[in-house]
Design a protein around this ligand. Structure first.
Ligand SMILES: *Cc1c(COP(=O)(O)O)cnc(C)c1O
Length: 245
């Protein structure tokens, strides 16, 4: 007997409920170790590995925040999934894709140049929106391709004064890929310390409340070091064969 689409969807949701419960336990344990409240950390599910149906099942299973690294893929999925999803653009965003991206996103994580910041401000004004963004900082140097240098951040946050459509909400970083999660800890700690140094220098509406750091391999360490947004992809989908449990 072949399964109906509805039966498949129910199975997928069950798979994700269990997977989310397991990740939730890891997040809670890390929060407890760090003396932080569970409500201070947002789990962002990175759906770049799967199609819209699987992403929809993940959302149905209870995950509100979903992310894509390629803007075209974000537009595609966002148009198909319910409005209740909060979409995060986490990968590099080219200036020529800003206009189509703004209507869909709750947060842009990887603003990595002054030129992109200007393009978002201009387009947000045209679309009469405010847009929340994070500034990507390149702390792993040789391994990361994008991001501001830590040394230029002071000037960047000072120059934000007067900008109104684009609202900086925090910082984001990518640690180098490594089998040992502890290898990411110095990078995560550096982002937190950078935030502390810069915090007094921003004027409203800009804030540095968010730190987007940590992925499947190192999110518990990132939480211990102060992450408020963790970007988790592969461990959500491990064990799914061709998008099915
Ligand atoms: C793919 C991706 C992630 C998720 O990585 P996993 O190791 O699969 O959890 C997080 N952040 C960015 C920017 C990504 O491109």
């Amino acid at each position: 007997m072949t399964e109906t689409a509805a039966e498949k969807a129910v199975k997928l949701q069950q798979f994700f409920r269990e997977r989310l419960a397991w990740i939730e336990a890891e997040i809670s344990a890390a929060c407890q170790r760090a003396g932080r409240s569970r409500t201070d950390v947002i789990l962002v599910g990175v759906t770049k590995y799967v199609g819209p149906e699987v992403a929809a099942a993940l959302h149905q299973a209870g995950l509100t925040d979903l992310a894509e690294s390629r803007p075209q893929e974000l537009w595609h999925k966002a148009a198909l999934l319910p409005d209740s999803v909060r979409w995060h653009q986490i990968g590099h965003l080219q200036t020529n894709k800003v206009d189509k991206t703004l209507p869909w996103v709750a947060l842009i994580h990887a603003v990595d140049s002054w030129r992109l910041l200007q393009a978002i401000e201009k387009e947000a004004a045209r679309q009469q929106r405010t847009v929340d963004v994070l500034l990507e900082v390149n702390l792993s140097r040789e391994s990361a391709k994008h991001g501001f240098a830590a040394e230029e951040m002071e000037r960047i946050v000072t120059d934000l004064a007067g900008w109104r459509q684009v609202r900086v909400r925090g910082l984001m970083t990518m640690a180098a890929l490594n089998d040992d999660p502890e290898a990411s800890r110095p990078i995560f700690a550096e982002l937190r310390q950078l935030r502390e140094r810069l915090q007094g220098q921003l004027e409203p509406p800009h804030t540095l409340e968010h730190l987007s750091m940590g992925m499947s391999g190192d999110f518990p360490v990132a939480i211990e070091e102060g992450a408020t947004l963790i970007r988790v992809g592969s461990i959500l989908f491990e064990g799914l064969a061709e998008g099915e449990p």
